[in-house]
Design a protein around this ligand. Sequence first.
Ligand code: OOG
Ligand code: NI
Length: 473
Amino acid sequence: MDWNQNALRSSFCHALSEMYKSEVPLYGDLVNMVWEADQKAVQASQKLEGSQSINPDDVLPSRHRVERHGAIRLGTAHELATICRMFAIMGMYPVGYYDLSLAGFPMHATAFRPTTQEALSQNPFRVFTTVLRMELLTERTRKLAQKALGNRNIFTTRLVELLNCAEKRGHLTPEECTEFITNGLETFRWHSKATVNLEEYHLLKAEHPLIADIVSFPSSHINHLTPRTVDIDLVQHLMLDHGMPAKERIEGPPKRICPILLRQTSFKALEETVYFRDASDTFVKGFHTARFGEVEQRGCALTREGRQLYDDILNGVNSEAAKKALKGTDYDKLLEDRFKRFPDNLCELQAQSLAYFSYKLSSFGETIAKDRALISQLGVSSTVSLHELVHKGVLSYDPLTYEDFLPLSAGGIFNSNLGSASEFNQLIMSAEQDFSGFQRCLGTLIADEFHLYSEIQRESLERCRQLLNLREI
Ligand code: OOG
Ligand code: NI
């Protein structure tokens, strides 16, 4: 595809953010709060010396200010396949498979996002995309869902024309890009008139509030947008100070010097007026609670070993907390204590291969790259280990940012936003994951997140190898 996908993705993300600000003004307040917090955090860190200080380049320009993720929930295989084509136009591809039945939801998901370092650095816009699993619904609900979803079309005719055109021709003109944005927004727009009647809505909601959210509306409204901050604890304080309906605690790993993966918090979903048709075809007033605003702080991407350690610690914490019925600050204290096992400095994370890094030549490395004689003086052979090059100060490294999601540990966000299902659902709890079924619906392959990070790391090492003229690192 030969148009500028990065620019189109940025414009789309910006337009979506503006639309969501007008739909949910509290989200706009949250974005302003994040900017205020980031500015304060940068100023405070500039007063500190040493490794804890935040590099302002990481914060203000480029990525951070424009960075957003969103979430949508789809109903059918056709909707998923079409969304996949739409995101591909903007350089966003499916990464990772998330089985949400583990959290008691009849859904599975992927994240559409840019996959190269270059595209991520331009604009890392990502959308967590869930699809309903019809086979996990009871028969009555499934019939209702199939009828309602069968009657809706969440894509404008013009959008589908543009998709066909882009795929056939391999490009979109600037005018077509503008049309793509206006038409694309329609898929994510909120509608306050439901497509089901009030009785049907209650039946869907009784089985699971998320089923009602997916099935009852004519579009797949964006259910939240999330700016990124460098200091989520500060944002949480600001939200509480300003009387925003913030959730009680921050999800994910505890506060650390070297942030890992993802920490998230949100303001709780708003109760919104929705109109439902009654038996005599007039609209009656009802309510629906689904849309909210979220904040995230991203840390480094973990290798499989790092992730295993993270999962082990978290599972241990959760079972201990369940046994002792610990909640709130008691839970957070336990979490903090158990996470002491997870190394909290870059040297250890690198030495133990717990995180992914982008490697580059240090200034010393650059000097010796210019003079091969120096390399032999260092006692470095033409096949040298990464450990040795780092140890001798030839290479330096920066952690790779985690670009994906932790929806299970953020299950708290789902739950505080929707209320949980009325009863324990055996069908969902005993479900097997269905990766291949999901991939079939998608019509393309899902990339493995670990593979993508390790490729970015490998490419950085390959550049160093060439510059140092070594046979192997
Ligand atoms: C998706 C929730 C996943 C996150 O930040 O973990 C997500 C949903 O609510 O549909 O956005
Ligand atoms: Ni989210």
